[in-house]
Design a protein around this ligand. Structure first.
Ligand code: ADP
Ligand code: MG
Length: 214
């Protein structure tokens, strides 16, 4: 299956719509272990991204993703703005001036995004952040592609690993970001950033299913 620039635009639009739907839920999660702004932050960012999409609609995939990244850096704020912004920028840099991707290109882009988030935020797995959702997702995608799965099956496994990663944040002690200020009281709550990362993984799958007519 080929992933086109149009699919990437659909993905961004779907993320923006889902972020709006889930805004209050994400913010509620962030009110338990943060400052109750994660959903509001992301909604502000992706609403601005939507206004930029017409100007990149006929551009290559790298340019589209880099525009998303710079917009998120300048509008989301908080910890997650620079982190998601860097993720989209790095994914865009990994893809470059291309209009079609295969599954391995998507894996390379997601891996570049993960490395960008880690370089910027210095978090590793087990610290109760978005890394705990994204790293297992990237790992599952790599394993599925290596095993010869088609793109759709590989993405289904990616989403399943991401869902497990989000669940796994609940018993974790936060040692990065605002939630770490709570110490032991951060235990027992689902991480908001991991949850928004899952929303994005699900949007990738939904677009791929739509494209495949599945
Ligand atoms: P803030 O914490 O500044 O209010 P947000 O509420 O928008 O920012 O985002 C909080 C989320 O950011 C957390 O749930 C966590 O997943 C993520 N996060 C915070 N710090 C880091 C970090 N150093 N590395 C990776 N993710 C982080
Ligand atoms: Mg917050």
């Amino acid at each position: 299956m080929q992933i086109t620039a149009e699919h990437v635009i659909q993905f961004i639009e779907l993320v923006a719509a889902r972020v709006k739907e889930e805004r209050d839920f994400l913010t509620r999660l962030d009110s338990a272990i943060g400052d109750a702004d994660h959903g509001v932050n992301l909604d502000r960012g992706f609403s601005t991204v939507l206004t930029k999409l017409p100007s990149v609609a006929d551009k290559d995939i790298g340019s589209i993703l880099k525009t998303v990244g710079t917009t998120l850096v300048s509008t989301v704020g908080g910890a997650s703005g620079p982190l998601y912004g860097t993720a989209f920028l790095r994914a865009g840099m990994s893809i470059g001036e291309r209009f079609e991707l295969n599954a391995s290109d998507v894996l390379a882009a997601l891996n570049a995004a993960l490395e960008g988030i880690q370089a910027r935020g210095k978090a590793t797995r087990g610290e109760k952040t978005m890394i705990d959702a994204i790293a297992p997702a990237v790992e599952a995608l790599r394993a599925a592609i290596d095993a010869g799965d088609g793109y759709l099956d590989a993405l289904r496994k990616t989403v399943a690993a991401c869902e497990q990663g989000v669940q796994d944040t609940i018993p974790m002690l936060a040692t990065k970001g605002r939630a770490s200020y709570l110490g032991e009281r951060s235990i027992g709550h689902q991480d908001p950033g991991a949850t928004s990362a899952l929303l994005m993984a699900r949007a990738m799958l939904a677009v791929a299913e739509g494209a495949a007519g599945a």
